[in-house]
Design a protein around this ligand. Structure first.
Ligand code: 11C
Length: 347
């Protein structure tokens, strides 16, 4: 017996990945609906070897499905996720709107699967892409040697800003060679052949909301005692976020011990040799499921410190894969109730 599934935001970068990953992970789907805004009604998207036509969000009856994967942006989530949850299905929401809501668990299945018990309004939040990959690497280390402080600098790909972000990098790159318009639109400054130390919006303290999300989400999912300082940077990479991470522990932890812990950790792949095939770049990680950890080394400036490099596909572990893994967790824990019985796929 499977589930009746709706993907809202099905034409977006993450929505399309959600459809692909539901298939790749063999999530038990009895019925699937691609949902988008009215202007995308009828647009075709793929689900395995089938083609689905997008249905209009405003017209869709959500009481007829069991689980909704929601990735249509914060404005749509704000208006729709609670309404949809009240209609019956569990909503796995990829926006930032509900992440800090005490009645909404924020879940990375490798890190805090027990939080499923905290579902109180039929919504589970998916973390920000840059947080998801970070906590997958930090949690097993924190379990072994308590983390006191983390310093993170991110190198975030343009796909984090959606299709418009990817188009802007592509168009500006061509424009540098005289083919078209290089004016920044989606990003505040030129992104081609540049890096931008700004993602999201400025907060009063000078940090950006993207940076604040990282410490808020780490506190909610792992431990509110961990101190974090974060700098988020947009880089001219299409897919794959990278992070330079420095961690201070409350006891000594050697490079070999950290490597051994991370090798056993769910969702992590350690690629760490002192040679050029021995570390991972975003180009290597794009399209993959793992959180890669490379360049593990001692931080010589503190007593118990390590530095390392974390890379993952932001559209996958950072968004769509994590959302489908949450759906799997809901299934495995009996949290997701199918009212459908057997149904054939509607296309
Ligand atoms: C970016 N991390 O790379 C952002 C995108 O809170 O879900 C996702 C923002 C969020 O631009």
């Amino acid at each position: 017996m499977g589930y009746r599934v709706a993907v809202v935001g099905a034409t977006g970068n993450v929505g399309r990945e959600m459809m692909t990953i539901l298939e790749e992970l063999n999530f038990p789907v009895d019925e699937i609906h691609a949902i988008a805004s009215r202007k995308s009604k009828g647009v075709e998207v793929s689900f395995g070897d089938r083609t689905l036509k997008c249905q209009d969000l405003e017209q869709f009856d959500f009481s007829t499905v069991d689980v909704v994967l929601m990735s249509a942006g914060g404005t749509v989530s704000k208006e729709w996720s609670e309404k949809i949850g009240k209609a019956g299905p569990i909503v796995i929401d990829n926006s930032s709107v509900f992440r800090m809501d005490k009645d909404v668990p924020l879940i990375v299945p490798e890190v805090n699967p027990d939080a499923v018990k905290d579902i109180r309004k039929n919504i589970v939040a998916n973390p920000n892409c840059s947080t998801a990959q970070l906590v997958v690497a930090l949690k097993p280390l924190h379990d072994a040697a308590k983390i006191k402080r983390v310093v993170v600098s991110t190198y975030q790909s343009v796909s984090g800003a959606g299709k418009e972000g990817m188009d802007e990098l592509w168009n500006q790159t061509k424009a540098i060679y005289g083919l078209g318009d290089a004016k920044p639109k989606k990003f505040p400054k030129q992104i081609a052949f540049n890096v931008i130390p700004f993602i999201g919006a400025f907060n009063e303290d000078g940090y950006t909301d993207e940076e604040a999300k990282m410490w808020n989400e780490v506190h909610k999912m792992m431990d509110p005692e961990i101190k974090l300082t974060v700098t988020c940077v947009r880089v001219p990479v299409f897919v794959g976020h990278s992070e330079a991470v420095t961690v201070e522990f409350d006891r000594p932890i050697s490079v070999d011990e950290a490597r051994a812990i991370l090798r056993e950790a769910p969702g992590v792949l350690v690629v760490d040799k002192h040679e050029h095939d021995g570390y991972i770049t975003p180009v290597d990680a794009a399209g993959e499921h793992a959180v890669y950890v490379s360049r593990i080394r001692k931080d010589h400036t503190v007593e118990n410190g390590l530095s390392f490099w974390v890379v993952s596909d932001n559209l996958r572990k950072g968004a769509a894969l994590n959302a489908v893994q949450i759906a799997q967790l809901l299934d495995e824990t009996g949290t997701l109730k199918s009212s459908s019985g057997f149904r054939s796929i509607t296309v």
